[in-house]
Design a protein. Structure first.
Length: 218
């Protein structure tokens, strides 16, 4: 099979550039590189490559907790957490290493979301030591599931991950706890990832930990 003179990387770049215009130039370039292909086969290759490119829209942005005097062009942690929970339409996965009274409004929002049919999965560190979860537990049920990471023999062992993932699409991974200092007082760093693949990986991970009884449903 002759491959013509056009290089593969140039051909791929041309396909991506040409995707919005219908692909006629790219189809001809594919046939020039691979002369044995029919026009139909060349169009199928174009469709597969351009379709994959169109579906690759993952993005990531920095999310920061910092003093108000810091003139940073980043998304504040508290604003991002509020927006994610408010805008959730189908599901919320959230972890709580430490949940303070400062977040009573967050608890109300989570309860309200579950009552609206949004599936909430809340993974908690040593719930017996966190009285702030008492009210949340009163509403647990079909759409509000609470999973505890029990106190371990190793006293230093804990659920230390700080994650919020909504609608199997947007995931915040951060160093910030659900507390005043985590959201406003400290210097904390995180990233918001817009990716169905990443969200699924996070959900799969916690599901596997639950299946292996690392977590226990409350």
């Amino acid at each position: 099979m002759s491959t013509g003179s056009i290089s593969l990387d140039i051909l791929l770049n041309q396909i991506l550039t040409d995707a919005l215009s219908g692909g006629s130039e790219s189809v001809q370039a594919i046939r020039k590189r691979y002369p044995s292909l029919s026009e139909k086969e060349a169009r199928e290759i174009f469709s597969m490559v351009s379709g994959a490119a169109a579906g690759s829209e993952d993005s990531a942005e920095l999310v920061v907790t910092a003093p108000p005097s810091f003139a940073l062009k980043t998304k504040p942690t508290k604003v991002m957490v509020d927006a994610m929970l408010t805008n959730a339409r189908k599901s919320i996965l959230i972890t709580g290493y430490s949940l303070s009274d400062y977040f009573s409004d967050l608890i109300d929002r989570i309860i309200r979301k579950s009552q609206e049919g949004v599936l909430v999965k809340f993974y908690v560190n040593d719930i017996a030591s966190q009285q702030t979860f008492d009210r949340l537990c009163q509403y647990k049920g079909k759409f509000l599931r609470i999973y505890n990471y029990p106190k371990q023999d190793d006293k230093m062992s804990a659920l230390h991950a700080k994650v919020i993932s909504v609608d199997q699409q947007k995931t915040l991974i951060t160093s910030a706890n659900l507390s005043y200092h985590g959201q406003e007082g400290n210097i904390e760093l995180g990233v918001i990832i817009d990716s169905g693949k990443t969200a699924k990986q996070v959900d799969d991970l916690f599901t596997k930990l639950l299946f292996n009884k690392v977590f226990v449903e409350v």
